[in-house]
Ligand binder design. Structure first.
Ligand SMILES: Cc1cc2nc3c(=O)[nH]c(=O)nc-3n(C[C@H](O)[C@H](O)[C@H](O)COP(=O)(O)OP(=O)(O)OC[C@H]3O[C@@H](n4cnc5c(N)ncnc54)[C@H](O)[C@@H]3O)c2cc1C
Length: 385
């Protein structure tokens, strides 16, 4: 067998494994998770045992050494089953990758094996009550105290914050925004669960308060003042994961809509035989393929280490999240009243898809960024507007 054929066979086997996990452990139970506002421990443990938490970490620390094309397929499949579980994997992967790339040796030795095994779970703490899209508004303070720092402030909407072991916290140090790794059980850390979110209800959000929380200098991620760069790299990976998760939502909407319209009859004909219904289905088919292709392009650029992946990821996330929202709206429409019922999957897809237009850079921030890039490409010397 040629090397290419072997690679294709192992990629197909990996994808079959992701599908089997989602079909057995995730999709049939996702509405229960949503209602309970939690993913059960045994499902998280199963995902960890399959290597999904440490997927992209190197094999030398117990990770899977997964490339970005395969990670995209994993997060698409999980996103097809349950956006909340995909969100937990997203933030964990952002934190684990940041630790690998930028943390001190001490922090890497302490955290990487557990992050790879999924026995320690990571959460990403950037947003604050008064700091959302504008990262420069962060007010959480990192005040030097001897060889340490004292963290003070509040982080809001922290995905996985209820169950996290390790927090990647962005705070303002004397030289500017800086990332810190903080054990979630450190003195001075208080968490309050955040319930009743519109979508991704099972992603176990928390508000996290830091009160004179003492962390050593070795907890700092990179140099003081490098926080924007650290956050940007992590958010690029998160954005890619969310984009692929949106492809999963699109596929789920398409599958549910095809199945429903092929069995429901109104006006003397199956819904699928009405032309207006076919228009919605054809738009979903086109959107899912377009979004998947954009994600694949971003993944390949990441695997090649090409900086053009940043722009490609913005575009993929913008297209996939807006298309997922459109498809989810059409899926509810095609299901009629049953699609509005509590516990019906398309109801959940609709609520989850809306969240995707807000997290990891809202649609408006993406529009500003993508348009700015277009102007910069046309006039390379142009200062950012
Ligand atoms: C379910 C969920 C999970 C989350 N998980 C995390 C997490 O794990 N970690 C974390 O740090 N954060 C998390 N967040 C927070 C998320 O990143 C923010 O909600 C997001 O950055 C937007 O910030 P905001 O909600 O404060 O909205 P704002 O920034 O106040 O924006 C409100 C509206 O104004 C628009 N807007 C803002 N600026 C501009 C502009 N310049 N031009 C035009 N329009 C603009 C936005 O697009 C949006 O529509 C989560 C949020 C949700 C809902």
């Amino acid at each position: 067998m040629s090397l290419l054929a072997e690679a294709a066979e192992s990629a197909a086997a990996a994808r079959a494994g992701f599908r089997a996990f989602v079909a057995e452990r995730v999709a049939p139970h996702a509405d229960e998770f949503d209602r309970a506002q939690a993913i059960p421990d045994d499902v998280l443990a199963d995902a960890a045992a399959r290597g999904y938490f440490g997927a992209v970490l190197p094999e030398s620390v117990g990770g899977g050494g997964m490339d970005m094309v395969t990670l995209g397929e994993l997060h698409e499949e999980i996103g097809r089953g349950c956006s909340s579980l995909r969100s937990l994997l997203t933030v964990h992967t952002m934190v684990a990758t940041t630790v690998r790339r930028r943390a001190s040796r001490e922090a890497r030795d302490r955290w990487l094996p557990a992050l790879a095994a999924g026995t320690a779970r990571g959460s990403f703490c950037l947003t604050e009550p008064d700091a959302g899209s504008d990262i420069e508004s962060v007010t959480c303070a990192a005040t030097p105290s001897g060889a340490d720092y004292l963290l003070d402030g509040t982080k809001k909407w922290v995905t996985g914050g209820q169950i996290a072991d390790l927090l990647l916290v962005f705070a303002r140090a004397p030289a500017g925004l800086t990332g810190f790794l903080v054990p979630a059980d450190a003195p001075g850390v208080g968490r309050t669960p955040v319930h009743i979110v519109l979508g991704t209800r099972a992603s176990m959000l928390a508000e996290i308060r830091f009160t004179s929380c003492r962390v050593p200098a070795s907890a700092r991620v990179g140099a003081e003042g490098s926080g924007r760069m650290v956050a940007t790299a992590a958010l690029d990976l998160g954005r890619f994961s969310v984009a692929t998760g949106c492809v999963g939502i699109l596929q789920a909407c398409l599958d549910a809509s095809v199945a429903h319209t092929a069995r429901r009859a109104q006006g003397g004909a199956l819904l699928r035989d009405h032309q207006l219904v076919r228009r919605m289905i054809s738009r979903m088919v086109t959107d899912v393929q377009g979004a998947r292709a954009l994600c694949l392009q971003a993944a390949r650029l990441k695997d090649d280490g090409d900086p053009a992946t940043l722009e490609a990821t913005w575009i993929a996330k913008y297209f996939a999240s807006t298309a997922a929202m459109r498809a989810a709206g059409d899926a509810v429409q095609l299901h009629g009243a049953v699609g509005c019922a509590d516990g019906h999957p398309v109801n959940r897809y609709f609520r989850d898809a809306k969240v995707m237009e807000i997290i990891e850079g809202s649609s408006q921030i993406q529009e500003l960024t993508i348009a700015e890039h277009a102007y910069q490409s046309a006039e390379p010397g142009r200062a950012r507007g």
